[in-house]
Design a binder for this molecule. Structure first.
Ligand SMILES: Cc1cc2nc3c(=O)[nH]c(=O)nc-3n(C[C@H](O)[C@H](O)[C@H](O)COP(=O)(O)OP(=O)(O)OC[C@H]3O[C@@H](n4cnc5c(N)ncnc54)[C@H](O)[C@@H]3O)c2cc1C
Length: 417
């Protein structure tokens, strides 16, 4: 019996466990998933909660119920990993020995790292929608927000779903228009990047949309302090942005136990891995999936999903003593809500930046173009998440690699990193 221990039972840990179980249905593999809590949040749904378009109850399900039979689930925080003895210690002192370890503990929000962010204005005039409590509290605040300066601020990169704060700003424009208060609100998008987004072609399209919607864009703003009393963001170079209501995406880091596990992680507690095989650089029997990984692609559920197929193939090969030949190409895609029942879609990988065309083929969803079809795709995605993606089922015709059919690739290849 070989033992696979998976740390984290979110998107990546769950789909990896279920894919492994499907591939190795016999008793030769013992699979254990560890998570610190039981509530599996469909995180893309957090975007909709502040606008009353989803309730917290609608986007949360029990973690263990998403795992196929024959997978053990332990609800315990991970205390540390000992690479020397191939074992994990949990907070209650339990020791778990493994033949293969899969790190899937995602990214952690670190609001305490920014001066003043958790100060007097927190959850009164300063919010985040990146967790359930914040998204719900913001819904209550937005419902009574009658006017003033609404600032959406990304503190620093990397963050999960880098398009989510842009979507928030555009949905806020729609929400306020629907409520008849848009003309009383100035919306400002404040980012540390030198453009609206990291990828130049998508950044141009998104900056154009912000402009059309009357959303001011402030770039290269590295927030050093948030003052909830005076309503001011101050950058490290002394610039100020005033606000009445701030919606902030805090600094992200990897899970805390990574820092207590010598040799496992980097300075931010993310876990470096070969970007193609997903084998960690720490030790050959440790693999990494999802937001926990330090690889040069977005921290996104789509990335986690595409990585899952490659990771499970390579874990199987590793256990069989074979060379790892499954390769992840950096494929990522995102629906970007733009308000008024429309959305954009982008699709890219390590080597190719988002381009126009269609996904997944010539007659699919339009890329880099607002459409109602993309908005419907975004809404329907939650069903696919619970019923196809998490259970580790294959989607016919949709493999992990970025499809090239239907795309205008020639001009953009090689510009994606
Ligand atoms: C607001 C928002 C909107 C998003 N929208 C999209 C979108 O539209 N499209 C998209 O593709 N992606 C989106 N994402 C990103 C997506 O949700 C994540 O990239 C994805 O969930 C990553 O999966 P993961 O398994 O790496 O991490 P997670 O799903 O976060 O799972 C990590 C798990 O590890 C557990 N854990 C952490 N530390 C410990 C510990 N010490 N001990 C035990 N357990 C621990 C956590 O409890 C958690 O269950 C969004 C994210 C947010 C926040």
């Amino acid at each position: 019996m070989r033992r696979v221990v998976i740390l984290g039972g979110g998107t990546g840990g769950t789909l990896a466990a279920n894919r492994l179980r499907r591939r190795h249905p016999g008793r030769e593999l013992e699979i254990t998933v560890v998570d610190q809590d039981r509530a599996h949040v469909y995180q893309p749904g957090l975007l909709f909660v502040p606008f009353g378009l989803a309730t917290p109850e609608e986007i949360v399900r029990p973690r263990d119920r998403q795992l196929l039979g024959g997978i053990a689930f332990l609800e315990q925080p991970v205390d540390r990993v000992d690479l020397g003895t191939d074992s994990v210690r949990l907070a209650d002192g339990t020791e778990l020995a493994y033949d293969v370890l899969v790190v899937a503990t995602g990214a952690r929000l670190l609001p305490g790292e920014t001066e003043g962010l958790l100060g007097p204005g927190w959850m009164r005039d300063v919010f985040t929608f990146y967790d359930l409590a914040g998204a719900a509290a913001l819904a209550a605040r937005l419902a009574t927000f009658e006017g003033g300066r609404l600032v959406v601020n990304v503190i620093d990169m990397p963050i999960k779903c880098p398009v989510a704060p842009l979507e928030f700003a555009m949905l806020a424009d729609w929400f306020l228009e629907e409520r008849g208060t848009r003309d009383r609100v100035e919306i400002t998008y404040v980012t540390p990047l030198d453009a609206a987004f990291t990828k130049p072609v998508a950044a141009r399209a998104l900056a154009g949309l912000l402009d059309e919607k009357g959303i001011e864009l402030v770039t290269e703003f590295n927030t050093g302090q948030v003052d909830g009393e005076s309503g001011t963001l101050t950058s490290f170079d002394g610039r100020e942005v005033p606000f009445d209501l701030a919606v902030v995406v805090p600094l992200h880091g990897g899970a805390e136990y990574v820092g207590r596990s010598p040799g496992l992680g980097d300075d931010l507690d993310f876990v470096p891995a070969d970007p193609r095989t997903l084998q960690s650089t720490a030790k050959p029997n440790v693999f990494v999936i999802g937001d926990a990984a330090s690889v040069p692609t977005s921290k996104a559920g789509s990335v986690t999903h595409f990585e899952g197929e490659v990771l499970v193939e390579n874990v199987g090969r590793f256990l069989a003593g074979e060379p790892l030949d499954a390769e992840y190409d950096g494929h990522a895609n995102c629906f970007i809500e733009t308000g008024f029942h429309k959305a954009l879609m982008i699709d890219f990988n390590y080597d190719t930046e988002p381009v126009g065309g269609h996904y997944p083929g010539p007659v699919g969803l339009p890329l880099l173009k607002e459409s109602r079809l993309n908005h419907l795709g975004k809404l329907m995605f939650q069903w696919f998440y619970w019923h196809t993606l998490l259970p580790g089922r294959d989607l016919p015709g949709l493999g992990p690699d970025m499809p090239t059919a239907g795309k205008s690739l020639a001009r953009n290849r090689g510009a994606g990193r």
